[in-house]
Design a protein around this ligand. Sequence first.
Ligand SMILES: [Zn+2]
Length: 435
Amino acid sequence: MRILLLIFFISAVAVHSAPLAPVVPLAAQPSAHFDVDAATNAWLATVPAASKARSDAYFEGGYWLTLWDFLYTAAVMIVLLETRLSAKLRDAAERLSRFRTVQSVLYWIEFLAVTSALLFPLTVYEDFFREHQYGLSNQSFGSWFLDQLIALAVTFVLGGLAFAVVMAIVRRLPRTWHWWGAAFGVLFFAFVAMIAPVFLFPLFNKFTPLPDSSLKREILSLARANGIPAKDVYEVNASRQSNRVSANVSGFLGTERITLNDNLLNRCSPQAILSVMGHEMGHYVMRHIVNTTLFLAIALTILFGVLRWALDGTLQWRAERWRVRGIGDAAVLPLAVLILAALNLLATPIGNSFVRMQEQQADIFGLNAARQPDGEAEVDLLLGEYRKLNPGPLEEILFFDHPSGRARIQAAMRWKAENLCLFDAKLPCPAKTAR
Ligand SMILES: [Zn+2]
């Protein structure tokens, strides 16, 4: 009952009316003595102290959750190995079928069912209760749980397919499997990225072409100016799950599309929406999905190499006790997950920095394309509801997969300082003197 009341309260406060234009603080308004740092600080100062404290607590809690996620996952995997439950699951799979590929798939299904159940307490806290506690979600438990079941079903199918292929590679190519495994990993990522907008995302949300409006005409004009076909711009009903403002580019090899979420459309000024559009168009035009695939190819090659080395070493020491027959035995999976989770934890700052670099590029592209630095600052503050606005430099490198609010607003104000004539014809635009 308390949860229901909480949900009702959150959905009641989540209804915002969108501003007609960004409310620009005095120090960020165009003037002959416009100062980038003063403008940035003025924008940040518009956030009430209580909201900032809540966002900081939410985001900093996330640092610890990364660690708890790893420790909890590691504990579950160690239990599976030490109790020989993993070996028993493999035995059960072998009793059900003579075919090795089918055995791999059956083992995967058992493994996923057991680990999902054991990890459920952390999942429900992290994805449901915590999101509600911080006012970021308005989804009922039933609806959330159904989403989880759908995601689990997708993981049964896609994960089962991937696991069976990797096991077949390991058995047939015992000396070079880590190279082929990495290559398959890249192909599999590209495949999932390609089918996701068409087959996976619609399982959770409704995607529709943008509704007609003067704003839509501006967005499509911006899209045309940047070489993006109109059919690639969609709206998604993200308010089904949360009130986070967001947008993204998804798809690969022909299924690419830009999606704006309805929270963005309902909560932001037209200038802020255009600014976000410019950013997403940056990802699209600069083909960041291709960069990501190349990055993944390097990362997976290193990851699989280390995985092979760590599996060989650990199995020599522990295989008999765990009743794992070798790397070609499906029962080795908990050990592989444990090693990959540890490597993933260590590599998080590298992955974050790679993504953050692309986000900075998209920000600059968006400022140049949409020319809405105040809209950018407006939306950066809304993103600050779930991302710490003003972190230390090292904190940003380690934990941020997008630039912080301060960094993004500073970039926007730096852009504005060089383009003041766009906002007041009497002021100079140093970059446009040759006109
Ligand atoms: Zn982005």
